[in-house]
Ligand binder design. Structure first.
Ligand SMILES: [Zn+2]
Length: 89
C-alpha cells in the first residue's frame, strides 16, 4: 500500500568534447579518406576581432578510381564560422 513516489533524479551531462576532434568533419564521400580540419580556422576566428571566418576548403583525400588507382577527391567545402561569446557566464 505504501506507494512511495519515486522522484526522478535530474541529471546534467556536460560534455567537453576535445576541441580538436570536435571540429574535424569527414568528407561526405563515403569512399573518400579525406577530412576537413576546421580546428585551426575556428581558433583563428575566435582570436580574431570579428569572430567570424568565411572560406572554403578543398578535400585532399583520395578516392578509389578505376584500375585500383586513386584520384584526389577535391570536393569543395564552403564554411561560415561565427564564434559567439557565452552569455551570462
Ligand atoms: Zn573527399
Amino acid at each position: 500500500m505504501d506507494a512511495s513516489s519515486i522522484s526522478p533524479v535530474s541529471q546534467t551531462h556536460t560534455l567537453y568534447p576535445p576541441a580538436r576532434a570536435f571540429f574535424i568533419y569527414r568528407c561526405p564521400h563515403s569512399d573518400c579518406d579525406g577530412e576537413f580540419d576546421l580546428a585551426e580556422i575556428v581558433r583563428q576566428a575566435v582570436s580574431d576581432g570579428t569572430h567570424e571566418a568565411h572560406g572554403s576548403l578543398v578535400c585532399a583525400g583520395a578516392r578509389p578510381a578505376e584500375k585500383s588507382s586513386k584520384r584526389v577527391c577535391e570536393l569543395k567545402l564552403s564554411y561560415t564560422i561565427i564564434a559567439r561569446p557565452s552569455m551570462g557566464g
